[in-house]
Design a protein around this ligand. Structure first.
Ligand code: C2O
Ligand code: CU
Ligand code: CU
Length: 485
């Protein structure tokens, strides 16, 4: 168990009191950071593969970093928050030297990439100790789907703290057939709570059980940055939800939005949308066609359930977001209109596993219960009754087969379920069929509900994991080991 902060100790005093103390304590501890709003949006450094290769070093360290326009002390890769964006293509080889300059172990995961989970590829089960470095190598298949991906640490027990602290960056796998736009942007959305002197605020046991939500919701490390365009311009926004527990229900009123794809791959034709819901870990590949005026990108409040009355509280998670939502960015469209843009090329139809034979069916039950395993007052977070044990294989699948999984949530909170390496096709939600092939690598399973998915275990063998992407839940044990062989 980690050393108790003063605040956690206070909250552990009594569970009844804890629920009421959380709100007030949040203000006390992180209300005072003097953030700067409204600067022009900056993007992380872009690193692009050349001739099928990209090589870089990511140095994870704690130290001075720019957050919301001010100097703060947090975690970062290469001294910037977010870390660099990696632009790749199908068939590329990516080499990353991870240097660990933190005081704790860490490692690196390339979220959503369809690459081997073995050895020094996307292996979430290895640890890189403090003061050491490790050379990762990822080989993308020649048919790797285009899309928005991201990288972050995956050392069990420290994932939420390290991501909340600032360790994340975007990965883009570019389209073979370019999509005509005037400009492309990456919007990496994260949240953090800072003390008045710019340090990462302590997080209570209660907040961890709910899945912490930071007081500041940042876009590329900035608070309400400004974006500008001319009327008629078509932009491409690649959006990552890198928040540790916050769901983002995104709206950009008075603009016209189309979704090219979610997580990985493309819809056959862009989907007109008013709103996009991104659970933690999800990504959206959006087209924005600019309409004159000023529009605010908002994250509307999302009710993702509660801990239930047995924990002394029924309310939704404490959140700094009011009824109108968090303001993420301001998009100003002015100037001379530009002429209509070339249309978006039609994409090939996504694979539909409903037409393919199923090799096995299984059920994964996501549950929360009163338990003493993690210490007084901490609930147990389990999958099929067990909490994470890296030495145990929970699910063995046959390489090459298609499986149908029922993801069942018996708790009073939503759990966004994530599987490494192999994306999932959602085929049924709360008993209702999903007709259009929808591929995601994070699938939200609402409280007391279930979702059915199909998965094609193609191309790779080896061990990796599935888990809840509310990272405090993952750290608390809601993760299992899968082996494909
Ligand atoms: Cu985004 Cu297992 O992680
Ligand atoms: Cu992942
Ligand atoms: Cu969860």
């Amino acid at each position: 168990m980690q050393p108790l902060s003063r605040r956690s100790a206070l909250l552990l005093g009594g569970l009844g009191a804890a629920a009421t103390a959380t709100g007030a304590a949040g203000l006390l501890w992180s209300g005072g950071f003097q953030a700067v709003r409204g600067q022009d949006m900056e993007e992380p450094q872009a690193l692009t593969s050349v001739d099928g290769r990209l090589r870089l070093t990511l140095s994870a360290a704690s130290g001075k970093v720019r957050i919301a326009g001010k100097d703060a002390t947090a975690l970062s890769y290469n001294g910037s928050l977010p870390g660099p964006t990696l632009f790749l293509r199908a068939g590329d080889r990516l080499n990353v030297r991870l240097e660990n300059r933190l005081g704790n172990p860490t490692n690196l995961h390339v979220h959503g990439l369809h690459v081997s989970p073995q050895g020094n590829s996307d292996n979430p089960l290895l640890a890189v100790g403090p003061g050491t470095s490790f050379d990762y190598e990822y080989q993308l298949p020649a048919d790797h789907p285009p899309g928005v991906y991201w990288y972050h640490p995956h050392h069990h027990g420290l994932v939420a703290d390290q991501i909340f602290g600032g360790l994340y960056g975007a990965i883009v796998v570019q389209d073979d057939r370019p999509i005509p736009t005037i400009r492309e942007r990456v919007l990496l959305i994260s949240d953090i709570s800072l003390t008045p002197d710019g340090r990462i605020a302590a997080v209570s046991v209660m907040e961890k059980m709910m899945g912490r939500e930071g007081d500041l919701v940042l876009v590329n490390g900035q608070l309400n940055p400004r974006l500008a365009a001319r009327p008629g311009e078509r932009e491409r926004w690649r959006v990552v939800n890198a928040c540790t527990g916050r769901y983002l229900k995104l709206r950009l009123d008075s603009q016209s939005l189309q979704l090219l794809g979610l997580d990985s791959g493309r819809f056959r034709v862009p989907d007109d949308v008013d709103e996009v819901l991104l659970a933690p870990g999800n990504r959206a590949d959006l087209l924005v066609t600019a309409q004159a005026g000023t529009a605010v990108l908002r994250a509307l409040p999302v009710n993702r359930g509660s801990l239930g009355s047995m924990m002394g509280g029924n309310g939704p998670p404490r959140s700094s977001v009011g009824r109108s939502g968090a303001v993420l960015a301001t998009f100003t469209v002015a100037g001379a209109p530009v002429a209509g843009m070339a249309s978006v090329p039609e994409q090939s139809a996504p694979r539909d596993l409903r037409a393919e034979p199923v090799a096995a069916r299984r059920e994964l039950v996501f549950a929360m219960g009163m338990g003493m395993r993690l210490g007084a007052g901490m609930m147990d977070f389990t999958i099929n009754g067990k909490s994470f044990d890296p030495a145990r294989v929970d699910t063995t699948v046959s390489a090459g087969g298609v499986e149908e999984w029922t993801l069942r949530n018996t708790s009073l909170m939503d759990h966004p379920v994530h599987l490494h390496v192999w994306p999932m096709q959602v085929i049924e939600q709360a008993g209702l069929p999903v007709d259009i092939p929808r591929w995601q690598d994070v699938v939200n399973v609402p409280a007391r509900s279930s979702v059915r998915v199909r998965i094609a275990f193609d191309d790779f063998t080896g061990k990796t994991v599935y888990h809840c992407h509310i990272l405090d839940h993952e750290d608390a044990g809601m993760m299992g080991v899968i082996e494909s062989r």
